[in-house]
Design a binder for this molecule. Structure first.
Ligand code: Z5A
Ligand code: MG
Length: 214
């Protein structure tokens, strides 16, 4: 029985201005040039009603409790969960700019427990590969537009970076730490090598879920 090869779920994580959008765009273009079906996604997706509430919070025009904003970020991913699974199963690779790990990291640094932060993410599609773009926070602060939204403070970004590094250590089978402090082309070179490899690896393997509840 022939089965359509599934696509891969490839996620970019990192601090503010670490190059996630730049590199995820380049990876999408790389796949397009090879005629590989690919879709670029981004969280938060500010186009939905939930996304607009998140946008107002990030731009500091709407105050929300830590719990409410956490659940809104998660709900924003759940809005797209079934569509993502369908696309992957039909052979489309998804390149996603921020995902559940941002959700966990940015709330955990406010003092909520890791387990509490993780819970609403359970059952979303598990990425096949996560790139963490590691870049010194001091150098990010000098990149364009740093400092306009609510979390864009050096102290918060440093704590978030530490949580991403813990993920890299703990979940090393699908996390890759990439030195994002180099030129855009050098960073892209490493990413493309890993991404091409994972596309081959996932052929024939089923989609997994994040931290499924027993
Ligand atoms: N958040 C959350 O709390 N919970 C959640 O569940 C999720 C998110 C999903 C908005 O995210 C906020 O939402 C974010 C986390 C929180 N708050 N913070 N911080 P966002 O994704 O919309 O925004 P962002 O990631 O914070 O910022 P960004 O501007 O999108 O950054 P980026 O995509 O990583 O960087 P970039 O646009 O590719 O590059 C930034 C600049 O640096 C640009 O001028 C580039 O040309 C330049 N650049 C890129 N690469 C390089 C290199 N290698 N060298 C030099 N310059 C470079
Ligand atoms: Mg971005």
């Amino acid at each position: 029985m022939s089965r359509t090869r599934r696509g891969a779920l490839i996620v970019f994580e990192g601090c503010d201005r670490s190059g996630k959008t730049t590199q995820s765009d380049l990876l999408v273009k790389h796949f397009e040039a090879k005629h590989i079906p690919v879709k670029h996604m981004k969280f938060p997706d500010r186009t939905t009603i939930i996304g607009q509430m998140i946008d107002s919070y990030l731009r500091k025009s709407q105050e929300l409790s830590d719990e409410s904003i956490h659940l809104l970020f998660s709900a924003n991913r759940w809005e797209f969960r079934n569509q993502m699974e369908k696309l992957l199963n039909s052979g489309t690779t998804l390149v996603v700019d921020r995902y559940s790990f941002s959700g966990i990291a940015y709330t955990a640094v406010k003092g909520k427990s890791f387990e509490w932060c993780k819970f609403p993410e359970r059952g979303l599609v598990k990425p096949d590969l996560v790139f963490y773009l590691k870049t010194a926070v001091n150098s990010l602060e000098s990149r364009d537009d740093f400092g306009t939204e609510i979390y864009e403070k050096g102290e918060i970004q440093k704590k978030v970076a530490k949580i991403f590094e813990e993920f890299c250590e703990k979940d090393s089978e699908y996390w890759r730490m990439i030195d994002g402090g180099r030129s855009i082309e050098a960073v892209k070179g490493d990413i493309v090598l890993e991404a091409d490899r994972v596309l081959e690896e996932v052929k024939g393997s089923p989609i997994e879920l994040l931290w499924p509840v027993d």
